[in-house]
Design a protein. Sequence first.
Length: 279
Amino acid sequence: MYCVFNGELKELNTTGLPLTDLGIVRGYGYFDYLRTYDKKPFLLEEHLNRLEKTAELLHLPVPYSKSKIEAWVYELLKKNNFSESHVKIVVTGGPSEDGTSVLSPSFFILVTPLTPYPDSYFSQGIHVMTYEHLRMFPEAKSLNYLTAFVLREERKKYNAFETVFMYNGKILEASTSNIFLFKHSVLVTPKHNILEGITRQLVLRLAKEHWRVEERDITEEEFFQADEVFITASNKEVMPVVQVNAQKISTGEVGSNTKQLHAFYKTFITDSISHNRIQ
């Protein structure tokens, strides 16, 4: 398996961050993640733009240009030659002897085989649990997933696939996804204190052609009374939620609007592949 590490193409097992790297000792760093369709990176430009936005928010510049990173992504996809791939681009604070000074950021790109979620997640829906939490720098895709990992055992109680964060009575986002609800024929999604997902943006664009769309605060009460709920992410597409904690959403079955929106999403991908504009 091949990766790019600090500007060089290498075999994955020959690389490693120094133990003084700020990504290890301070958790200082960020990343972006995308997947491929038809072996091509999906919405790569949008993900690279978000990478740069996160870099500005966290005051840690991306060490290489977007064009250079794009070229490496394609080179790694060709070199590893998986049927479909996960692509993760990571920047950390780099080695620091005093644990505070940022001298030279570390950078790497990982390409690994894509592991799709079971079809049942889409046909039958998933369960999620709620948790009171506001992420630090929520608009940034940082390396900090501590809350999500600490709650692993808690999720087992509800057979929960994801944790939905709420704060001061408002629904925000899931630990690795954005969240949406349908109430009647209106699609609603939180707007503030969230990471604006690339898939979220695409889903909003597709949905506006068919439903009224609102980006605004969602109360906890409104969330539990929704007709349909789903999450979005690059590797989750449009994934229906049928239960929150111990409570079913509506009938506890996947809603028709969610099914239709996922179909629109799939059609967009198919059309992009057929017209050779998957990126």
